[in-house]
Design a protein around this ligand. Sequence first.
Ligand code: COA
Length: 540
Amino acid sequence: MRPINSKIDTGSAQFKTNRAAYEETITTLGERQQWAIDGGPHRQRSIERHLARGKEMARDRIDLITDIDTAFLELSTLSGYGQYDDEVPGGGIVTGIGIVHGVPYVFVANDATVKGGSLVPIAIKKHVRAQQIAEENGLGVIYLVDSGGAFLPLQDEIFPDKDHFGGSFYRQARLSAQGLPQLSVVLGGCTAGGAYVPALSDEAIMVEGIGRIFLGGPPIVKAALGEIIDPDDLGGAELHTRVSGVSDYMADTEREAYGRLREICLTTNQRSVDEHQPWADWVEPESPAHDPSELYGIVSADHRIPFDATEIIARMVDGSKFAPFKPEWGESIVCGFARVWGHLVGIVANNGIIFSESALKATHFIELCEQRRIPLLFLQNTSGYMVGRDSEAGGIAKNGAKMVAAVANATVPRYTVLIGGSYGAGNYGMCGRGFNPRFLFAWPNSRIATMAADTAETVLVDIRLGGLKGAETTDEEIAAMRAEVRDQYETQSDPYYATSRLWDDGLIDPVHTRDALGLCLALAARQDEPAPGPGLVYRM
Ligand code: COA
């Protein structure tokens, strides 16, 4: 691997303009993330009530459990953003990866200050996604349960289908069977379906006075049986720990419960975060030689001006060292080997439109990584595959399909970051969400859609005019159609629209991307070697 020779002039007007624009983008990201954490005025009352009950906030709970001086990788902080009348910040659930006694765990923590911790559709999606991450990365799950269960007004969107509420219990049972610890601390009501989170756990702790588990709460018991009963007598910590045995331990306070949970974690017999297995190539890490904060000045403020993927790589990888593959062929895709926090990775990064040659080069490179058992990192910034007569005649459809097939069948760990545009089938060939990368993060400047707004405006208006079969249409009507399509595409390709719907695992500051990827790669390196894939390398 050779050091990348950067051509960026940090004193140029363009660099300064880009940097100023990106700093504003980062300020907006920070403000929106803070809103998801603090909530709006409506939530303040719930927070005050929660704290007055002597309860800790969801993120503070995680902080009390995880090892001091370790970072928590929070996922999808902005899920639900702009949905549900903005009354469900973060989707009402906090998920992420934290370290306990050196061992990484997935955390799923209900936020009881948002709709009583009940689960709206995006919360269920986030809960199930966290469990999927646990399964793929071989991680135990710690559930901090403080939830009103299913959000009843939207029951049809959360209850019956695959990967709805039932899917979360299905996954919990199967994760346990795979030897991945399922541990619960009950910190609030667990009613009806919610009772199964602790009941399906390998070990459960209840906190006296706040934790309650029942299949039917006091109002249901009164209606069904005419019994009037106090919630603690029906399903409190004492009843479940000393009488029913639904809970294994009880604690007088939250802090005592977290101490007990950490003791349990000492007995789970899981690999620590730095126990790299022999198949995973790892050396002592080095910092990038080029300052990662220069990424702000490299990413173009104007979406129409391209930026060089190699300059991005230079600010993400160890020592800014890179071994490019086929650098003089198919130049609109940059492929090559580098290290991120010491882990060897194969990088596939776009430099704009994907042509036949670039698709074939990427296919060849993906097969090499698969054969050599090297994880793949995709950096997406493309308007898609090349269209037009020459491109079609050159077989772009089959060449693109080769790349898509190679990505779909690679068994090595794959990671994706949207660093710019993610349009059309370029999203697929570059390991978009549909191709199940282990983690997918997006930068706050990214855009994702079938096509860019200006292309959609032309295509859709032409289709509509074709449908009118020559009927008279005024210039004003055509302009209104264009404006409508553009507005729709601009709204829906916005990264906040995407992250709100969990099309990614979170928006991430470019400067923090290397650290997040380092943890993700470490999770895979502690696992056994992935099942062998096709292993063949075809010269394309
Ligand atoms: N569906 C929809 N909304 C729910 C809800 C649910 N399952 N559980 C709680 N909420 C909402 C409340 O309507 C209230 O909304 P608001 O802030 O807009 O007024 C908010 O969450 C807080 O609820 P509240 O009852 O005031 O809080 P609490 O802390 O005193 O009690 C619970 C919390 C969860 C113990 C209690 O709300 C409860 O028992 N909920 C119903 C549980 C249930 O029967 N679930 C069945 C799931 S299948």
